[in-house]
Design a protein around this ligand. Sequence first.
Ligand SMILES: [Zn+2]
Length: 1010
Amino acid sequence: MPLGHTVLVTLFAASLAAAAPAVPVPANLPRYDLRVTLDATAHVVELKQRTTWTNPTGRPTKQLVFNFYPHYRMPSEDRLLLAKTLELFRLSPSDAIDPKGRHGTVNEIALVRPGGEPVLLRWSYREDNSSALVVDLPNPVGPGETVTVDMDCTVRLPNKQGRWGHWRGVHFLTNSLPTLGFFDESGWHAMPFVPWHQPFWNEAGVYTMTAVQARGQKLACPAATRSERDLGDGRTEIVTEPFVGRDFALLWSDQFEEFKSAVTMPDGRTVTLRCLAFPQHAFYAKEMLRIAGDALPVYADWFGPYPYDQYTIVESYFGWNGNECAGLIMIDERVFDMSKIGGGYVEYLVSHETCHQWWYNLVGTNGYAETFMDEGPATYFSHRLLDQRRGKNNEMLEWPPVLPFSPPNIRRENYRFSALAGAIRRDDVPPAAGPLPQFGNIYGLFSGAYDRGSKVYGMIESRLGEAAFFDFVRGLVKKYSFRTLSAVALKRELETYTGKSWDDLFDKWVYSNGLTDWAIERVEIDGERERRYGPLLRRRRPTAGSHTVEVVLAQKREFDEPTTLGLKFAGDRGYSLRIPVGPTTATIRLPDHDATVEPLGGGRCRVRLTVPERPVEIAVDPDRVLLDANQADNVWPRRVRFTAAPLYNLATETSLTADYDRLNVNAGLWLYGPAYQDPWYTRSFMVGPRVGVYRPDYVQAGAYAAYRADYRDAVVGVDALFDHFPLPKTQVGLNVERRIGGPFFNQQGTEGDGGALRAMVYGRYIHRLSSSLYLHPMHYTEAYSAYSDNFLPTARDTAPNGVRPTRTWLNGLHHRLNLYTPYWDPETGAWVDLTYGVGTTRLNSRDVLANQVRAELAGARKLPDGLGYLSGVKVAARGVVQSGWPGQGEFFALGGSTSFRGFDLAERQGGFLWVVNAEARLPIFHDKRWNFLDNTTGVRNVSLAAFYDVGGVYANGDVVTNVAHAVGGGLRVDLAIFSFIERATMRFDVAKTVNAGSPVQFWYGLQHPF
Ligand SMILES: [Zn+2]
């Protein structure tokens, strides 16, 4: 689109108030005049929209192409992807997936002719894009010519979370108005709807609106209200001031309370800040106003004026956490409902969404193909703001000081980079630019467009220097205000600004997925080689006189990106001495410190210099500007984080709570609960002291002594997991555990063996990861070797010729596919688990060849929508067959919490077993907000389970006693941990075998039994 011949009109031209023009508005933007009737009872919006479009190009057209997203219907093949995306945000698919779609309908479109009768027009939807509305015009619209059409549309608002719909009394119509696609010399560009991100690419528009709604509803929209009047029929009419923006969002609820504040901008204007939220969410409503008020003036200082007199934050239900709109941001109800402890996260979120007022709204982007053009700067600048305000790596959780110890915290650097570090280890980082579907899923988009994209802006700042960078950015924003900026145009602007080519940076970091990986290989000071982790105890050396420092650097990945080597001396805050390093073919002599950089070949170089003091720290790329594949080896001495963990649990070792760029050493009282079963053996609930080392996506290992609840014994053990080793998608794990005491508290006749040992090692290939913090991957195949003495309690009831094996050593293969969605309380999906093992077993004091096979198939399904109460009912079924040879071996127990629930492990054992379970999960309470522990934990759903289990176990072909039938019931409580961080189902089951005299069994556990 040609730039430069802009006729400036002001944003507030239509307003009577003599407001200063905050931001110039290009002439001939599309104009949308709206008359909407918002019916919160019937959940319907009637929309009359007059669209005026002036052809900005030299190319005539006989069509208008709108994006009308409510006409979207999700292709059935996209269901699983979206369900898994919602699962990542800890939302049940049925809360947000609407299989029917087509909620927006066009009733009539007419061409407006000055002084003439309107002409009805024909329209259609594009075959390859069900939300691209094509309107055929009778005559072409030539360059600079204007056309006006009236549209009459209806949008039904489904009871679903998302961009259009209603949920718990909030109605939303966002990105839902028919909006002209982007038009340039190559024609119309209407982008397909992508439910899991912002595929939007359109010009800003000038919006006016007259809205009619029921009295008592509070409407959130970006424009200021010009007038409001009571229509006398229980409805009010609101007329808004003209608004220029990228979209026009409408959200309304009769439960909203309006919270207000104001902020003075650098140009002296006052911006009114509004937050429409539920009254019970006043804490975060006020906090978000504070955060927005802190951010807006800084951004205005960095980028140029904020274009409006008001800024609105609205609470809504859309599943992910924050969403930018023009002049307005939506924050999900689950963020408002979060614990006060999480204020650091809210600060980041609101700062990020607010930044989009410049990068998305003011400077438009092709959200479909160049998402990084707005997510990159929004991520980069919001972290830059918090770096200044909170320090570079602040803790995002604020635990109450009453606790006697510090629970795990989330440092902002870990929040920002741990996912990217994991993607790098998986060899799964896409380029920054690319069409949304090419990223595959939201993880890919985050690591490509957000993380890699934000690094691009950091590298631009580093190359230009701070002052020139902001000078450039301000000029850029000014030139592209209410226009759109492509990556090609950004590169061109950089080239114009600097007079140099920027091909290199864009080719490497925008369009390619390569990385750089600098490392400090060795450090010598005064000719003496230093240890990698430095002196164990800091040696006090005289610092008088000069020291020679020699550093060997290696660059191990695709891109030899130039950087600096920084040296820190005692008492320094930063790296006060810096040497430029980079690819070189000849020795470079630098003027200061007698420094030389000498190439060693193979991406390595040696830096020598003389300094007056002994350095205490040396780092390559000390400001972390580059996208470096492994940060841990960029520094000497290597960093280690020691943490005393009085309650050493699952949360101690996650990629968010541990540092991604170093080894974390934890020690404390360990609480372990298994959330999954493994084919070799399922680990027990354990409690006891543990020392562990952890680096996310590299290693997790430890040694422990523990009380083991399942076997009521004491054990010592070690475990280890080497992740992404030896290949990016493989891992290796092991566990060794030996009984040192017990079993304790045993009833007579159920003792196990004393001194028993078990050990296993596995190598796993991961086909697909799970987003859960506590579950195994979604899909994996593994080979294992497992040795076990017999930990099973001695059976009460066995076949006459059954033999209890004293030990078993199996080598096997295991495959698992877990498509349960969502994983904590599946509405859909299947579970397949297959194991085969071969080895030896000791029966009657003789080692004999043993084979074991196990097959499990399970599925769960929610009944379809539209059946009232029944729609919330889930049914699940499972079958398990297990067989071991020789046939007389008692390898398996018919009983247990996740098997045949009518017996315990000691009831019946044998060498062949089958179990079938059927279960109905009947909702009692749905979508509740019963929060406790300062909203860190909350009950969301409660259901009753009614089940029937049947199974038999056999020894040498003979059934042990009979085929057993059990019935039972249970309670399932779906818990949200930290609102949207994690979900889990707590389970309590009671079962009785109907055709045996065994006692009633009580079970509790995490997750559904199958
Ligand atoms: Zn964003």
